[in-house]
Design a protein around this ligand. Structure first.
Ligand code: NOJ
Ligand code: CA
Length: 529
């Protein structure tokens, strides 16, 4: 098989995810914007990040924070203009960084002109862009309301009722349901063309690829992703030919299927293949120093790393060399890693995340350990996700910790009110801060190919009954071991491969012969002899 054409910059990419409304407000209206982000590019670069993934910044009624798009080709006025987007691409490129946009491929807002036209006029060419089911109601994946037009016509929604699904077809259309057509139907091919044109529009303006929202949702009732893989492989072939340096990143959480479909990177996160959940347990109930049920990264030390490792290895082995798995620190859909963890816990977790193979993603604010702010009122369809979307905390300027000059009550969401709310400014000047720790880990990763995106990975010690996990990373004959003990109890293990190894990062560990002893909540990186 021909070696896959992977954009060269992905080989050492480190991503930083920016939620535009909460990052930096340049004009004092309480909402982050593109000029604000441009003003912070040097900061993002200072972390060692080489690329940015920007959540949707397009025109939208914002009933799902911008994942309900009403114009795919226009920056929402609250974020700026298309000219600002072009300036963002240029300014990032000038600093050696890439910018990846969010492509909401599976649905539009119900206010999108295509949908409005489709429900107004049954003869409209946009009718076929959506899936109208007449009087047969369809339950949306989320939300209680059954999607219906003002005329009482039902349609298929992709996530919430106001997000009508675009029509990419059904794997096996049911002849009794005339709205189910095969993926090759001209209506579905027309939607594919729309999607390609949207991508082309932004790629030609200078963006460097897309994170594809709900990438696995396009073709309906295609559990094995057979037709879906063909669809994305088609886009990938087009990328390979016309945009070989542009990245395709999926929100799929099943790397075998997603990378098989042609994606360069797939997130392994809180749904789909269950693996990430066993590390961080977003959504689980906090229980003192642990969680219910237990996860690996908690002080109680009761988690089982194999619950993560076994499915991870299956996906890693099957996709290595053809695409990357991304294990992010967090994202805008689930709780921040700080929830139920202190800075020491986070240093251990980040040592793991930033030394694993694949492409690392840092969610804005996780580098300073921002809290998940529980108990906030829902904002723009945030549902359970409000507390992980609060504004970035830059410095100690009141009332908004440097995010915005607007009165506090006008902010998109409040900043952390705690007196010890973490800020960039405070952590810049503290050698031991999480911020500087994250920076040195990224620097170590970037100068050490064995610890980088392409280095090999294999576990050295992973016992279901221990909070110690040790794994090996290697490249071109150079070998490293990473030892993380997430639990508070010190641990020991006999690891023959460690004989003669030297600690190059972190601490709390000692080696006698082949016997490794680690303190509770500690992480270390070793150069193997
Ligand atoms: C996944 C996105 O990450 C999430 O924020 C959004 O609500 C849904 N897809 C619907 O687009
Ligand atoms: Ca603003």
């Amino acid at each position: 098989m021909k070696a896959p054409n992977i954009p060269s910059w992905l080989r050492n990419a480190v991503f930083y995810q920016v939620y535009p409304q909460s990052f930096a407000d340049s004009n004092g209206d309480g909402i982050g914007d593109l000029p604000g982000l441009i003003g912070k590019l040097d900061y993002i670069r200072s972390l060692g990040a080489t690329a940015i993934w920007l959540n949707p910044m397009f025109e939208s009624p914002f009933r799902d924070a911008g994942y309900d798009i009403s114009d795919f080709r226009k920056v929402a006025p609250r974020y700026g203009t298309n000219a600002d987007a072009v300036r963002l691409f240029k300014e990032a490129h000038r600093r050696g960084m890439k910018v990846v946009l969010d492509l909401v491929a599976g649905h539009t807002s119900d206010r999108h002109p295509w949908f409005r036209e489709a429900i107004r006029n049954r003869e409209s060419p946009y009718r076929g862009h959506y899936i109208f089911t007449g009087r047969e109601s369809q339950k949306p994946p989320f939300g209680e309301t059954v999607p219906a037009t003002p005329r009482g016509e039902h349609y298929v929604a992709n996530f919430l009722p106001f997000q009508p699904a675009l029509n990419f077809g059904y794997l096996n259309p049911d002849p009794k349901k005339p709205w189910q057509v095969p993926p090759e139907h001209p209506d579905c091919l027309a939607v594919r063309c729309e999607l390609r044109d949207i991508m082309k529009y932004w790629l030609d303006l200078g963006c460097d690829g897309f994170r594809v929202d709900m990438a696995s949702s396009l073709i309906k009732e295609d559990a094995g992703a057979v037709a879906l893989q063909r669809l994305w492989q088609g886009f990938r072939a087009w990328f390979d030919r016309d945009y070989p340096e542009a990245a395709l990143i999926s929100e799929w959480s099943h790397p075998i299927q997603a990378i098989g479909a042609g994606f360069h990177i797939d997130f392994l996160i809180h749904f789909g293949e269950k693996a990430y959940l066993y590390l961080f347990g977003p959504g689980n109930e906090l229980n003192g120093e642990g969680r219910i049920p237990h996860v690996f990264f908690e002080k109680a030390g009761e988690g089982d790393v194999r619950l993560f490792l076994d499915p991870y290895l299956k996906h890693y082995e099957a996709t290595r060399g053809t695409g990357y798995i991304a294990l992010p620190t967090g994202n805008h859909d689930f709780q921040r890693p700080r929830r139920g963890r202190d800075f020491a816990d986070l240093k251990v977790a980040y040592t793991f995340l930033l030394t694993m193979p694949g492409v690392p993603f840092l969610y804005y604010g996780d580098e300073i350990g921002m809290r998940n702010l529980d108990g906030l009122r829902e904002k723009e369809g945030s549902m359970w996700r409000t507390g992980n979307r609060t504004p970035m905390q830059w410095d100690n300027r009141l009332p908004n910790l440097g995010f915005s000059t607007a009165p506090a009550h006008e902010l998109y969401l409040p900043v952390d009110p705690a007196p010890d709310a973490p800020t960039v400014a405070a952590q810049e000047s503290d050698r031991d801060s999480l911020l500087n720790f994250s920076r040195s880990l990224i620097a170590l990763r970037k100068k050490t190919p064995a610890l980088g995106n392409d280095g090999d990975f294999h576990p050295l010690y992973a016992d279901p009954a221990s909070s110690l996990f040790v794994f090996c990373r290697s490249h071109a004959g150079k070998m490293f071991a990473v030892a993380v003990n997430s639990g508070k109890v010190p641990r020991e293990a006999n690891i023959p491969q460690l004989s003669g190894a030297r600690c190059v990062f972190g601490g709390g560990a000692s080696l006698r012969g082949t016997r490794l002893a680690v303190a509770g909540v500690s992480a270390s990186v070793w150069r193997l002899a």
